[in-house]
Design a protein around this ligand. Structure first.
Ligand code: ATP
Ligand code: ZN
Ligand code: MG
Length: 508
């Protein structure tokens, strides 16, 4: 690593002639002292050093070079403080502003990228034999503190991602149910449309009529009776509008940015502000979209993407009482929204969908124990009540899959389990893509760290969550068992054995 910064400090006034004598002495002192501080022994030549300087009027121009330790961008603040202390009083003028005129970075990579890489704030990137050469100009000063280190992480991250061919996850099968012969191999959505159970409303948004609603409510009831009540989960109503600050903390922003439904508020509540739009609609019967865009604010966030993030924010900076632990919540108070674009097909992937989300807080032991309890109940429901062919898979973000054997083993306490069901209409069980119909995550202290909540007096909180997708359960069930209750497993028929009658309609 080689870092080369050219910057200048702007002083409040012209620097006096005496400064030209003092500056080289001060810089030499800094080079030997504060710019070496914290550098491992024997690595001093890697630490920052001011190599060039010149004064022009009220400006002091410097060039700082470094290797890996006491990186040049970290040296800027040190030298600024040092010069302020030692020059300020004497010349009765202080440093007003810092300008990072040019920053050149030479950075060694583990591997070369497969495609071109772009990075924010970087004017030029060149990669030659495993070394990246970056050129940045007129850089905002506040990026020096941690932004540049993040920029280098992002560079490595992007290269690694390319080599994973866009595949975001490492996937590993954990458990498989016995095989079960499906009743049919049809696509339930097509059949449900024919029977009037569902009506396509907007892309990925469905009207669920009596039957489809009944099946999803039955699934809810099974979850309540077999899973939520026995383990002691209690219902809460989690807000569904999610502001950006919450997603910044959970990491959904920026990762989920392409799939979010953004929400904007009006700029004003005053009917006069809306009068021109209103007049236009009255006369033309159309909504003037450009004008509308001018009347709404920037989005404040979006519609529910995952249910748990707002719940964490409720506990932000709270100390929990050990006696209340573990806490077990569930939410089924509203739909979730995802922009799935070209991925839409039938009810198994929706823009608007319904999900029960379980969230639990506790000590590490409690969180893991609850996970085991939930897993056992899920197994019972899928094997004994719904009689599904399903499997579980361990999914690890690619960056975690990278961390050697021990890393993965350790990581297995934390992480996500996907539950997948076979959709016979998609093809045979070996080659076709199965449907993730729910998942379960033990997040460790990821979210309690992000939202800073602990158990009094200062013990860590582990969290877990599991999202039960009602449309997805229904989709797997109907794909394997068909739409006729007489073919359904006896135990499921115990909950629902006859279906409502749908109204008949004819197209005008
Ligand atoms: P997929 O890979 O199928 O898109 P995902 O990894 O995006 O799923 P998660 O973000 O893990 O899904 O969401 C948790 C649960 O929410 C899923 O297991 C599923 O039950 C449900 N879910 C997610 N996206 C949708 C959708 N578009 N339509 C219906 N249910 C969904
Ligand atoms: Zn969650
Ligand atoms: Mg998805």
């Amino acid at each position: 690593m080689r870092l080369d910064i050219r910057l200048h400090f702007e002083f409040g006034a012209r620097l006096p002639a005496q400064a030209l004598k003092d500056i080289p002495i001060l810089l030499e002192e800094a080079n030997q002292g504060i710019l070496k501080k914290g550098c491992p022994k024997g690595k001093e030549e890697e630490a920052s050093e001011v190599k060039e300087w010149r004064v022009e009027g009220a400006n002091l121009f410097l060039r700082i070079l470094s290797g890996r330790y006491v990186r040049a961008h970290h040296a800027v603040k040190r030298i600024r403080n040092f010069l302020s202390e030692n020059m300020g009083k004497k010349y009765k003028t202080g440093i007003r502003k810092v300008f990072i005129d040019r920053f050149e970075i030479q950075y060694e990579l583990d591997r070369e990228p497969e495609k071109e890489i772009t990075l924010p704030f970087v004017q030029k990137i060149e990669i030659r034999s495993n070394t990246a050469y970056l050129e940045l100009e007129n850089l905002p000063e506040d990026l020096l503190e941690s932004g540049i280190d993040r920029l280098l992480d992002l560079l490595e991250d992007k290269i690694k991602r390319q080599s994973y061919g866009g595949k975001a996850e490492h996937w590993e099968i954990l458990w498989e149910s016995p095989q079960r012969e499906p009743i049919w191999t049809g696509d339930p959505t097509q059949e449900m449309i024919k029977r009037g159970w569902v009506v396509r409303y907007l892309p990925g948004i469905w009207y669920h009529s009596f039957t489809s609603s009944k099946i999803m409510r039955t699934i809810e009831q099974i979850c309540l009776e077999e899973l939520l009540s026995p383990i002691g989960f209690q219902e809460v109503i989690i807000p569904k509008v999610t502001p950006f600050n919450i997603w910044l903390k959970t990491g959904h922003m920026p990762g989920s940015a392409p799939s979010i439904f953004y929400i904007s508020q009006p700029k004003s509540w005053d009917p006069e502000f809306w009068e021109d739009l209103s007049d236009h609609v009255k006369i033309t019967g159309e909504i003037p979209m450009k004008l509308l865009a001018e009347k709404i604010k920037e989005p404040l966030g979006g519609a529910c993407y995952a249910q748990c993030p707002p719940l964490y924010s409720i506990f932000e900076r709270q100390l929990l009482d050990e006696d209340d632990m573990p806490l077990k919540f569930f939410d089924r108070s509203g739909p979730s929204y995802r922009y799935e674009a070209g991925g839409l097909h039938g009810i198994e992937r929706d823009t608007e969908f319904h999900r029960i989300e379980l969230v639990w807080f506790g000590s590490k032991e409690q969180a893991l124990q609850i996970k085991d309890q939930i897993m056992e109940k899920y197994k019972h429901i899928f094997n004994e009540i719904m009689e599904l062919e399903w499997r579980t898979a361990w999914v690890t973000p690619w960056y975690m899959a990278q961390t050697g054997e021990k890393g993965v083993e350790e990581a297995k306490e934390k992480g996500t389990i996907d539950f997948e069901g076979w959709l016979p209409w998609r093809g045979n069980r070996k080659e076709s893509e199965w449907l993730e119909f729910q998942n379960l995550t033990v997040a460790g202290t990821k979210f309690s760290d992000a939202f800073k909540f602990k158990i009094r007096p200062g013990k860590e909180v582990w969290t877990g969550c599991s999202g039960i997708g009602l449309e997805r359960w229904m989709s797997v069930f109907l794909s394997q068992k068909g739409l006729d209750p007489k073919n359904w497993p006896e135990s499921f028929r115990g909950y629902l054995s006859s279906l409502p009658k749908e109204p008949k309609t004819l197209k005008l």
